[in-house]
Design a protein around this ligand. Structure first.
Ligand SMILES: Nc1ncnc2c1ncn2[C@@H]1O[C@H](COP(=O)(O)OP(=O)(O)OP(=O)(O)O)[C@@H](O)[C@H]1O
Length: 226
């Protein structure tokens, strides 16, 4: 089994049967192999967040199947889905969503504690990740004391804290100026490769997309190769 993520015939319609019905996904087929980094480009409103939320088990499709690491998630109950989401999938958003009252270090430690990792081990892992992305010296600062690029790097570490096999990212550097965005994006790519992760990364930025192993486009509710 060499596929980390496999979506097959995934459909999603909001407000089905109502006047404000929106058919967003019309049969999405998409795979991400182990260790592969796939870029997802889509015009605004095309449904990339919907797709990422379904792939990350935050939302359910109307039809089709979602497999993660060869396991079919479609028919699973809430508990095993939540367990897989917590331990198997890392999520990065355009805005970091760090907890403002906790230090950078604690933001990376906390998801591990929720996953029953002993505190000392969690702290070591967190510091190791923060060092890798160049914010180790900022470990004891709260997010408000960090620059936008630094905050986003801490968010990368948080997403990877529990060693997920799969990383999903929705415009991970979309809120940064172009220069910082390119720099921080390279940090993310380095981290993903270093950790041997599989990743699906949505971006509007074609230059960033070109750095990935393969690029697909979400078009009219389907995924097509670029
Ligand atoms: N909960 C919802 N209820 C109804 N419609 C929704 C809901 N969520 C999203 N939509 C609609 O579905 C379509 C796709 O939304 P989605 O957020 O997935 O797009 P996107 O490609 O991520 O857009 P953007 O790049 O602008 O963030 C949009 O037309 C949006 O208005």
């Amino acid at each position: 089994m060499s596929e980390m993520l496999s979506l097959s015939g995934v459909t999603k319609t909001y407000n089905a049967g109502k006047p404000n019905e929106v058919e967003v996904l019309r049969g999405v087929d998409l795979t991400v192999s182990k260790g592969e980094i796939v870029g997802l480009i889509a015009p605004s409103g095309a449904g990339k967040s919907t797709l990422l939320h379904i792939a990350g088990l935050l939302d359910l499709p109307d039809g089709g199947t979602v497999q993660i690491a060869g396991q079919d998630m479609t028919g699973l109950g809430d508990r095993p889905r939540t367990a897989m989401r917590r331990a198997g999938v890392g999520f990065i958003y355009q805005f970091h969503h760090l907890l403002p009252e906790f230090t950078a270090l604690d933001n990376v430690v906390l998801p591990q504690l929720a996953n029953a990792v002993p505190e000392a081990e969690a702290a070591e892992r967190a510091l190791n990740l923060l060092n890798k992305v160049g914010v180790g010296k900022r470990a004891q600062h709260r997010p408000s004391a960090l620059s936008g690029g630094e905050q986003q790097r801490v968010a990368f570490c948080r997403a990877l804290a529990n060693r997920p096999g799969l990383l999903l990212a929705d415009e991970p550097t979309g809120n940064l100026d172009p220069e910082t965005s390119a720099l921080v994006f390279d940090v993310l790519m380095g981290l993903v490769r270093d950790e041997g992760l599989s990743a699906l990364i949505a971006t509007h930025n074609l230059e960033l997309a070109a750095k990935m192993d393969r690029v697909v486009r979400l078009d009219q509710g389907r995924v097509v190769a670029v």
